[in-house]
Design a protein around this ligand. Structure first.
Ligand code: FES
Ligand code: FES
Length: 165
């Protein structure tokens, strides 16, 4: 049995603390200890992308990171991308483009796309495909997902200049 350790970080803007066995993944800590179940767990070994969260601005597979490694980090999950009353522009474009069916992959798609567009709001479709290539969807198909991310770029522009195509 591994030792129980304390880890403190910021989760969706709120300071949190969890006492977890040392080998607990960040994904399990977020879901089972902090009860934020929007982050999904599929393969548990870094292949499917369903568990992607944003750690200090970067998209990270939370099944490959230990909870204790998150000490002091700022973490955003899919719950942190919008408020409870409205869809974010990115979520709205997923809805508009029918970019989900069962929704299992969707939290990882949204967090990955959010991290990308926050850094590269003029990302073209090739770049979007490249970045999303590590996220597996087994029912929607990728074209509507790429179209949705592409259409959401306007929301990430700081200077409101037209997005390059
Ligand atoms: S559950 Fe983490 S990449 Fe699949
Ligand atoms: S919407 Fe079902 S796996 Fe992507």
């Amino acid at each position: 049995m591994s030792a129980t350790l304390s880890t403190r970080f910021e989760l969706n803007g709120q300071p949190v603390e969890a006492k977890v066995p040392a080998r607990t993944t960040l994904a399990d800590c977020i879901r089972h200890h902090l009860l934020q179940t929007g982050t999904h767990v599929g393969c548990e070994h870094g292949v499917c992308g369903a568990c992607t969260v944003i750690v200090d601005g970067a998209a990270v597979r939370s099944c490959l990171m230990l909870a204790v490694q998150a000490e002091g980090a700022k973490i955003t999950t899919v719950e942190g991308l919008s408020n409870p009353d409205t869809l974010s522009p990115l979520q709205a474009e997923f809805h508009k483009h029918h970019a989900l069916q069962c929704g299992f992959c969707t939290p990882g798609m949204l967090t990955t796309a959010h991290a990308l567009l926050s850094e590269e709001p003029d990302a073209d479709k090739e770049r979007i495909r490249e970045v999303l290539s590590g996220n597996i969807c087994r029912c929607t198909g990728y074209i509507p997902i790429v179209e949705a991310v592409y259409a959401a770029r306007y929301a990430y522009r700081k200077d409101k200049t037209p997005v390059k195509t």
